[in-house]
Design a protein around this ligand. Structure first.
Ligand SMILES: NC(=O)c1ccc[n+]([C@@H]2O[C@H](COP(=O)([O-])OP(=O)(O)OC[C@H]3O[C@@H](n4cnc5c(N)ncnc54)[C@H](OP(=O)(O)O)[C@@H]3O)[C@@H](O)[C@H]2O)c1
Length: 325
C-alpha cells in the first residue's frame, strides 16, 4: 500500500510517504482500496504528538476515515463482497490507499457519487450528525447555530440542520465561507460580533442547539445566545480549550453542555453512529439535499503540503489526498 507515515512528533518534517505491505484483514474486517483519503484536524494534532491513535490502531499511519472499493473480505464477513463500494470510520491508518476496517463500521455508498466525493463524507458528516441530531436532539423548527460553519464538519452540520428542517445560522470568518453557508440554505453570520447578530436574527431568543467547532473563545457568548433548555455540543477546540463559565447563566437557561469525540469509541458505539447516520440521512445524498463539499485535493506524495493547508484558514469543506493520479 501507499501511505502517509509520521516518523515522530512535530511539524511537517516528520511526514513521509511510503510503500508498505498491504494490511491483512481479520475475520470480521474488509480491505478497502481507496482512491482518495480525507484529512482531518485530528491528523494535524496526531502529527504534533497531541492525539495518539487509540490502542489497536496503526500508531504511525494517521487517518480517521475510509472510502472506496472492497478488495478483500475476512472469513466471517457476511454483509459485503469484493467490488462493493463503501465508506466508514477507522481509528487510524486511513491516510493510505489500502485500509482495513470492521464490516460494521462501513455503509453502502450512494451510486451517483464518485470516488472523490465519497471520500469527503464519513468523518465530517457522521461527527456532525452524531453531535447535532443523536446527542443534542435537534428537532424540526429548532434553531441550530454552527461555529466554524465553512470547514469540513461545519459545512456538513449546516446541511444536516437544513435537511432536518431546522433554522440554521452558520458563523464564518470569511466571505467565501459565508457564501457557502447561504448556498446550503442557511443564514450566514460574520464572526465579528456574531453573538449580537444571532440575538438580532432570533429576536433575542437564541439557538436551541449550538455546535462548537472553534473552542473556548466563543464559550461565554455561546451561553449568552443559548435558548431556554438549549444544548451546546463541544466538538472542536482548535482555538482553545480552557474557559470561565457562569453556572448561574447556564442554570437560568436550563441549558446543557456536552463534549464528544468519535475516534476512540468502542466498536459497537462507533458502528451505531455510522449506521444511524446512514439510515436517517444517507438517502439525502441521492436526493441532493446533502452533498460532499471539497475544498481541494493534493497528490498523496504532497501530504505535508495538504496538512499545512488543513491547518490554514479560509477553506470551504474537506481537504483530500489523491492516490488515484
Ligand atoms: N470531537 C470529534 O469527534 C471531532 C471530529 C471531527 C473534527 N473535530 C474537530 O472539530 C474541528 C472542526 O473540524 P473540521 O474538520 O471542520 O476542521 P476545518 O475544516 O479546519 O474547519 C475549522 C473551522 O473552524 C474555523 N476556525 C478555526 N479557528 C478559528 C478561530 N480561531 N476563530 C474562528 N473560527 C475558527 C475555521 O474558519 P477559518 O476558515 O476562518 O479559519 C473553519 O471554518 C477541529 O478542531 C477538529 O479537530 C472533532
Amino acid at each position: 500500500m501507499r501511505c502517509v507515515v509520521y516518523t515522530g512528533a512535530g511539524g511537517n518534517e516528520v511526514v513521509t510517504c511510503e510503500e508498505r505491505p498491504d494490511p491483512v484483514v481479520g475475520d470480521e474486517e474488509v480491505l478497502i482500496h481507496a482512491a482518495f483519503a480525507g484529512l482531518n484536524g485530528a491528523d494535524v494534532s496526531q502529527r504534533k504528538g497531541q492525539y495518539p491513535a487509540p490502542p489497536g490502531w496503526p500508531s504511525d499511519v494517521p487517518g480517521l476515515e475510509v472510502a472506496g472499493v472492497i478488495d478483500a473480505v475476512g472469513s466471517k464477513v457476511r454483509g459485503w463482497k469484493i467490488g462493493d463500494r463503501a465508506y466508514g470510520l477507522v481509528g487510524g491508518g486511513g491516510l493510505a490507499d489500502r485500509v482495513v476496517v470492521h464490516e460494521r463500521c462501513i455503509v453502502h455508498v450512494p451510486a451517483q457519487l464518485d470516488a472523490r466525493e465519497i471520500a469527503a463524507i464519513p468523518e465530517v458528516f457522521i461527527t456532525a450528525h452524531d453531535a447535532v441530531a443523536t446527542q443534542a436532539g435537534l428537532r424540526p423548527g429548532d434553531t441550530l447555530l454552527v461555529h466554524g460553519a465553512s470547514g469540513g464538519v461545519g459545512s456538513a452540520a449546516v446541511q444536516i440542520g437544513v435537511a432536518m428542517g431546522a433554522r440554521v445560522l452558520g458563523v464564518s470568518r470569511h466571505e467565501a465561507g459565508r457564501a457557502a453557508v447561504t448556498s446550503f440554505g442557511a443564514e450566514a453570520v460574520a464572526a465579528d460580533g456574531w453573538a449580537e447578530q444571532v440575538l438580532a436574527l432570533t429576536g433575542g431568543r437564541g439557538a436551541d442547539v449550538i455546535l462548537e467547532l472553534v473552542g473556548s473563545p466563543n464559550f461565554a457568548d455561546d451561553i449568552a445566545v443559548l435558548a431556554r433548555r438549549g444544548r451546546i455540543a463541544i466538538v472542536g477546540i482548535g482555538a482553545g480549550h480552557k474557559t470561565e463559565l457562569s453556572l448561574r447563566d447556564l442554570m437560568s437557561k436550563r441549558g446543557s453542555i456536552f463534549g464528544t469525540t468519535l475516534r476512540a469509541r468502542p466498536l459497537e458505539e462507533k458502528a451505531d453512529a455510522i449506521q444511524r447516520f446512514h439510515h436517517e440521512l444517507g438517502g439525502h445524498f441521492t436526493s441532493g439535499r446533502l452533498r460532499p463539499v471539497i475544498d481541494r485535493s493534493f497528490p498523496w506524495i504532497e501530504a505535508a503540503s495538504a496538512l499545512a493547508h488543513m491547518e490554514g484558514s479560509g477553506k470551504v469543506g474537506k481537504v483530500l489526498l489523491d492516490f488515484a493520479s
